[in-house]
Design a protein around this ligand. Structure first.
Ligand code: MRU
Length: 345
């Protein structure tokens, strides 16, 4: 059983610091919303659904320290808190869906009532992600055959979802159905979520995993060692184009070339029906230091230029199916995804 990535405990947000894993299991109790924003920016909490859940609790924390008895003034200050969260990471739509939900929940006769409503809404969002990721994992497991070797990228397990997991949830559910499964996990440069987190989670689940560098994926596909690719997503546009960790697009093209199914698993909180296609998804550009250094150690000559887009967009034509808690959708996606984002927006 994996330690909870996010927990609301006695009015504080307890997070498992993902930046320290797997070397250290450190929990941080956050009682200040600025610390939650920082934890998201510095990726101590990461993964699309987990970012949304953390932000929801963080907004409740921010609201609880607003010092005014005037409701309009309170709501104006609460809006500032929400803006700070909105500016933390741009790509995962779960963050913005959660902010919208919290905005709508800021209702009540008095400030105490609004505060209570905000905490309850954050808990509801968290519980919904737990339920949704369990459901989609069950549905996705039907696509996994006994003996399958699956390739996954980045980390889409309980840590990333504050729930059951998406890509890793599907793999776990297949195992629970009695199937023999094994995983190839890409290391996922620059921040090594695959090497550090996916292998750590799979080992705890007793699922055999082989760690490979990102550039080895094509080799293993060509060798016939991979039966399917399954990844999570940070934002899925209305036409099925899906943003996920940088390198996902490369894997999708390789999978198509090698006639390997390519699945995207995500709760509907990741579906953004307001964007018609993936070219409109904002892509986060992170510090070049993450590329020129590995865990603080320089690996390139000092002062060398580096680029660091954190995500890429896989066009829907490369995606065999999108697995959500409401069903497994196959192309053309526009019709199948319609109405699926309504839980949040
Ligand atoms: O930058 P990160 O680590 O937050 O990126 C995470 C991913 O890209 C995951 O694959 C995605 O959020 C799906 S999580 C279920």
């Amino acid at each position: 059983m994996i330690a909870r990535a996010i927990e609301w405990l006695d009015g504080k947000l307890r997070i498992l610091d993902q930046s320290r894993l797997p070397r250290e299991q450190i929990f941080a109790d956050l009682d200040n919303y600025h610390d939650v924003v920082l934890a998201i920016e510095e990726m101590r909490v990461r993964g699309a659904p987990a970012i949304g859940v953390a932000a929801a609790y963080g907004i409740a924390l921010g609201a609880s320290v607003i010092k005014t008895a005037n409701k309009d003034e309170f709501l104006a200050q609460l809006n500032q808190v929400m803006q700070t969260f909105a500016a933390s990471r741009p790509t995962a739509v779960n963050l913005f869906q959660a902010i919208n939900r919290m905005k709508k929940a800021a209702r009540g006769d008095g400030i105490a009532e609004i505060n209570k409503s905000l905490v309850n809404e954050a808990k509801r969002i968290h519980q919904e992600e737990i339920t949704a990721t369990r459901q989609l994992s069950q549905l996705g497991a039907e696509l996994v055959k006994d003996g399958f070797a699956l390739l996954t990228h980045c980390n889409a397990g309980p840590l990333a979802t504050a729930g059951y997991g998406t890509a890793l949830g599907v793999i776990k559910a297949a195992k629970d159905q009695g199937k023999t499964v094994s995983v190839f996990a890409t290391e996922t440069r620059p921040l090594l979520q695959g090497a550090r987190l996916t292998t750590w989670e799979l080992r705890q689940e007793g699922i055999p995993v082989t760690l490979i560098t990102d550039s080895m994926a094509g080799y293993f596909m060509q060798q016939g060692k991979i039966d399917c690719v399954i990844v999570g997503a940070d934002r899925i546009a209305a036409n099925g184009d899906a943003a996920n960790k940088i390198g996902t697009y490369t894997l999708a093209v390789l999978a198509k070339e090698n006639r390997i199914p390519f699945y995207v698993a995500a709760p509907t909180s990741t579906v953004d029906l307001s964007l018609s296609s993936g070219d409109k998804i904002p892509i986060e550009e992170r510090s070049p230091d993450e590329v020129t250094h590995i865990q603080g150690v320089p690996i390139a000559p000092e002062g060398i230029g580096a680029a660091n887009p954190a995500f890429d967009v896989t066009p829907h034509t490369y995606i065999t199916a999108i697995i959500t808690e409401k069903g497994v959708v196959r192309g053309p996606y526009t019709e199948g995804l319609k109405g699926m984002g309504s839980r949040f927006l």
